[in-house]
Design a binder for this molecule. Structure first.
Ligand SMILES: Nc1ncnc2c1ncn2[C@@H]1O[C@H](COP(=O)(O)OP(=O)(O)O)[C@@H](O)[C@H]1O
Ligand SMILES: Cc1ncc(COP(=O)(O)O)c(N)n1
Length: 433
């Protein structure tokens, strides 16, 4: 998936284009970027702004539209009227989700939109928005109305919707009991997404929120699903905010989320492989991905249920959890001990046809014979560890696949290994179907 972020450069990478690259990368998404302005800022102070020329902006956009399929666009800092008009000319005919984050002032007080550009912002940028995400201050500023008992968030959101945005989210409305809420106005419905307020002053949460929304919309999720996803994503990024500079904290995403995201994407794609149900064994399938240097199955993410066969479909029963898999995770741990770069694995049904496809596809295959298993291994219940080590010892290179033909009362099995779930998936595509 390719997402385009149009916005300002923040050299401290806490917000703007650089923050978007970090966030989209954490979501496993390729980021295209068009810079509207260069800023000098850090976590304490905002310096100066140098907008790019209309010509430079137009050329950047054209070069991307000529080359890439773009699945969604995020618009952040636009700064002046000239920039606004070029963006409008280039984007107004597009039929992909566009999320507008109306950045007006930075957390550190810098001006991100010239006062005399506000009119054009309303005229040209707001109507491009599939979703617009003003925070409370920005919503009040754009609607020229203070939120009060009389002027509810709904009234203010409606004013912004009337400027042309399809869906409006007013973020960061603080409530009682340490709650922070986002008010949502879709075309025909309104709702509030509420949650716990984290007491951290941070830089980047608004950028992360709009980035996560466009990511989810580009994946064809509904507005509501995307907003819930973005809220959770942003919450995690604030929770994980770090003191990198001397001033405000910079939001970040834990790498665990990346592990989850990568595995979850691969599992979804696995379930969509045509005819894959034929490769699910009686004991069902698990797909795992470990942290670096895993010590136990607790460091291995897997499905707490299994991927199960339901007639000619496969479905994921259970959720992703560390420690969610026992058998496949144990096999992976043995493999990872010898080859630390191998962090992902899946088990598939043993079939002679699959083995011959594996051999033809030039993948490296190892195997073990459970009937040769020493008695003490059986008693200790460490069959998998013994088997994988046996197969590794007898293989000159890193095995892509290890299988065994079963034993009395034990189902034969194939395990495919790889560095990442994506890597495992590529191998599966070679040997199934
Ligand atoms: N301290 C906080 N604790 C939890 N969630 C927050 C906090 N601050 C903002 N959010 C949430 O983060 C998302 C981004 O909003 P916000 O930070 O208000 O945007 P902006 O950076 O434009 O001010 C929203 O979903 C908002 O509710
Ligand atoms: C280039 C650029 N774009 C956006 C923001 C707003 O982010 P924040 O409100 O977190 O300062 C920023 N500071 N700089």
């Amino acid at each position: 998936m390719n997402i385009l972020s149009i916005g300002g450069s923040d050299p401290s990478s806490g917000a703007g284009i650089q923050s978007d690259i970090r966030m989209f990368s954490a979501l496993n998404t390729y980021t295209l970027t068009v810079i509207t302005a260069i800023t000098s800022q850090n976590t304490s102070n905002f310096g100066i702004v140098e907008p790019v020329s209309s010509k430079m902006l137009k050329k950047q956009l054209e070069s991307l539209f000529l080359d890439f399929k773009i699945d969604g666009i995020k618009i952040g800092m636009v700064y002046n009227s000239k920039i606004i008009k070029v963006i409008y000319q280039q984007l107004n005919k597009l039929k992909i989700p566009i999320v507008v984050d109306p950045v007006i002032k930075s957390t550190t007080g810098g001006k991100l939109l010239e006062i005399n550009a506000v009119k054009d912002f309303k005229k040209y940028i707001i109507p491009l928005a599939t979703v617009i995400t003003p925070n409370k201050d920005e919503a009040e500023f754009l609607s020229k109305t203070k939120i009060s008992r009389k002027n509810t968030p709904k009234i203010i959101a409606k004013k912004i919707q009337d400027m042309g945005a399809k869906n409006v989210v007013i973020t960061g409305i603080e409530g009682r009991n340490n709650k922070i809420s986002d008010f949502v106005l879709e075309k025909n419905t309104k709702y509030v997404i509420s949650g716990e307020k984290i007491s951290k002053i941070n830089h980047g949460s608004g950028c992360n929120h709009s980035a996560a929304i466009v990511y989810s919309l580009a994946k064809k999720k509904s507005i509501k699903e995307s907003l819930y996803f973005a809220r959770k994503f942003t919450y995690d990024s604030i929770k994980n905010a770090k003191k990198i500079g001397k001033g405000v904290l910079i939001t970040d995403i834990q790498s665990e989320d990346k592990i989850k995201e990568d595995l979850s994407n691969a599992i979804n794609r696995f379930t969509e492989i045509k005819g894959i149900y034929k490769n699910i064994p009686e004991c069902q399938t698990n797909f795992v991905f470990s942290k670096q240097k895993p010590k136990s199955t607790k460091d291995v993410l897997g499905i707490s249920g299994r991927i199960v066969k339901a007639e000619k479909r496969v479905i994921v029963a259970g959720e992703l959890k560390y420690g969610g898999s026992k058998h496949v995770a144990t096999a992976l741990l043995s493999m990872n001990k010898k080859y630390p770069q191998i962090c992902s694995a899946i088990n598939l049904k043993y079939q002679k046809t699959t083995i011959s496809k594996i051999k033809k596809s030039k993948l490296i295959v190892g195997s073990y014979d459970r009937s040769l298993e020493p008695k003490d291994v059986k008693i200790k219940g460490s069959t998998i560890k013994w088997g994988i080590n046996f197969a590794i010892k007898n293989s000159k290179n890193i095995p892509d696949v290890i299988y065994h033909k079963g034993d009395f009362g034990k189902e034969p099995m194939i395990i495919v290994f790889g560095k990442t779930p994506e890597n495992v998936l590529k191998k599966i595509l070679k040997i199934t179907g």
